[in-house]
Design a protein around this ligand. Structure first.
Ligand SMILES: [Zn+2]
Length: 259
């Protein structure tokens, strides 16, 4: 299982354990082929043997899971914390699964009934359907005694929802702006709210080799399984069709491409 990047392990950032911000992060983008050549640095530093009993489908989850694991850890969760997760695509659902495994109380917020059903199956305790008739911020506040969630994760990638999570979190709580917004997006936040409520704002990009190894462990233990995330299979020849389908944001999960 070759990760999609490898850090240099020598630069300023690598020496501080921030390998995801490596000044010379080598990427290997794209794997849609019968054969690919993996750059030697990735072979040396970020390639792993798939353990027995772990399917290719399961192993393919490791990269996105490593990103989510890093984002989750960086919010410093404690068992029993209430965590609001806004956005229930595959990434949001991985947050739901991880947070419930960790013993958090999970409030899952999504637009589609199917997404909310999946979130419930993965351990979400409360479901909030985000449509124009519901004030999702108020819904989260009502579910937390008016206080707000200990942690709120934005897994949508829109300036509007970046604002929502700020209003969902409690005083002294932590936010993770996990969803990347379109280029040149801008947000304006209430400085008084950030300052006097002592909100910690985190953002999380990519992963490190250590998170890849942890994600591999989670998948090997069966805590995270492709059965929850991969709901169809297609041959390589149908790739374009699959991509078009994904672009329509129709609430589908992941499709395994079998070359
Ligand atoms: Zn580096």
């Amino acid at each position: 299982m070759a990760a999609n990047s490898a850090p240099c392990e020598q630069c300023f950032f690598c020496r501080r354990g921030l390998q995801n911000l490596c000044e010379d992060l080598q990427f290997n983008n794209g794997a849609y082929a019968e054969y690919i050549r993996i750059p030697s640095r990735i072979v040396e530093r970020n390639t792993y043997r798939i353990p027995e009993g772990v399917s290719y489908h399961d192993a393919a989850l490791i990269e996105p899971l490593a990103c989510v694991l890093k984002g989750f850890e960086e919010t410093s969760p404690r068992p029993g914390d209430t965590i609001a997760i806004l956005g229930l695509g595959p990434i949001g659902l991985m947050f739901v699964k991880l947070a419930s495994l960790y013993g958090c109380r999970v409030i899952a917020i999504g637009r589609r009934r199917t997404q909310l059903d999946r979130a419930e199956a993965m351990g979400a305790h409360e479901l909030v359907r985000a449509d124009q008739h519901i004030n999702t911020v108020e819904a989260v506040r009502n579910l937390t005694g008016g206080r707000g969630a200990d942690i709120a994760v934005e897994a949508v990638g829109k300036p509007e929802t970046w604002h929502w999570v700020l209003d969902m979190v409690r005083r002294g709580g932590t936010l993770n702006f996990f969803g990347g917004c379109p280029n040149e997006s801008r947000v304006m936040f209430d400085t008084n709210l950030l300052h006097y409520s002592e909100i910690t704002c985190k953002a999380s990009f990519h992963h490190t080799p250590a998170h890849i190894r942890k994600a591999l462990d989670l998948v090997t233990r069966g805590d995270i399984t492709s059965k929850d995330f991969v709901n169809s299979e297609e041959p390589l020849a149908n790739l374009l069709e699959v991509m078009r389908h994904l672009m329509s944001h129709n609430g589908h999960l992941k499709t395994a491409i079998i070359p």
